[in-house]
Write a protein that binds this ligand. Structure first.
Ligand code: GUN
Length: 298
């Protein structure tokens, strides 16, 4: 018995991308400005290669100026910082993204903090983290994955989450922490859980909103979830599945979709849920950055 509504992130992202494309056309026609996005990828991580390809493709389809810098795994930190300096100074670039994770010899903080906060469309710079944490969300670049999750949550529950319990599983800087800030800003009562949390299932059972971002395939089960809860699955896990007797590599989330669909009110699938929304929010941030750089409203 499947009762949950399937939240179609792919369709919602496509719809948003259409309005970004229209706004981009207008910005070019009226002001001669084309949003520019530079994506830097270092090394051979196969998942990163797929994400970066999707970002580039979406940027092009939105009508952006899209640049990709592919650097060798062994590149020096100085060379990465020099490239970021160039991109910071390049007037045709409004958004800079360095795809994570980085090879071990590179320092993630030094590199992400070198990006001009006004071009930090990932929302990883301390200035943007600080604004988000201080509740100045309208003035910050908000990290793309939690921003996309939030749109889907508010589509289901309305913009004011007063009286709702939200449980975030995972405390990463990319998802868990900024997600909690956004939920708090919308008046939810927020709990962040992680690998050291006692009775995780018991904590999740109190949630009207569950955001799972831990990287453990199919971890969240139906008996963890309060009936009617909105469940957002950020996990993208590569797993071997047996399909028609054949071993295949597939993607699965942190939530056991088929199982949890029996109790949740609404749930995002993997793939086709959070992933496409994340990419579209990157486009929204880049367009906003281009408008702000031109002295137009964001
Ligand atoms: N790696 C996984 N997610 C992200 C993201 O949102 N931004 C960047 N730069 N790297 C990532």
């Amino acid at each position: 018995m499947t009762t949950a509504k399937r939240i179609d992130g792919k369709a919602k992202a496509a719809q948003l991308a259409q309005s970004i494309t229209r706004e981009t056309e207008a910005l070019l026609a009226e002001h001669g400005i084309k949003p520019g996005l530079a994506v830097v990828i270092i090394g051979e991580d196969p998942a990163s290669q797929v994400y970066v390809r999707n970002k580039k493709r979406t940027a092009e389809s939105c009508g952006f100026h899209s640049v990709q810098h592919t650097l060798d795994t062994g590149v020096s930190q100085e060379d990465v910082l020099a490239l970021i300096d160039d991109l910071n100074a390049d007037q045709s670039i409004h958004g800079i993204l360095v795809q994570l994770p980085l090879p071990g010899h590179l320092d993630e903080q030094t590199i992400t903090q070198a990006i001009n906060p006004q071009k930090d469309v990932d929302g990883f710079h301390f200035i943007n983290i600080g604004k988000l944490t201080a509740g100045l969300t309208a003035d910050a670049f908000v990290p793309c994955t939690p921003a996309g999750c939030m749109l889907m949550i508010q589509d289901e529950m309305g913009s004011d989450l007063s009286g709702k319990n939200a449980v975030v599983i995972g405390r990463s800087n990319i998802v868990g922490k900024p997600m909690a800030s956004l939920l708090l800003q919308a008046n939810a009562t927020v709990t962040i859980t992680h690998s050291r949390t006692k009775d995780l299932a018991g904590v999740v059972a109190s949630a009207d909103i569950v955001v799972a971002a831990v990287g453990r395939p199919d971890m969240v089960k139906r008996d963890w979830v309060k009936p009617g809860a909105v469940v957002i699955d950020v996990g993208i896990n590569r797993v071997e599945k047996i399909v028609d007797g054949e071993k295949k590599t597939g993607l699965t989330g942190d939530v056991d979709y088929d199982d949890v669909s029996n109790v949740a009110g609404a749930i995002t699938p993997v793939p086709g849920g959070v992933g496409p929304m994340t990419i579209t929010m990157l486009m929204a941030n880049t367009l906003r950055s281009a408008r702000l750089a031109a002295g137009l409203g964001g």
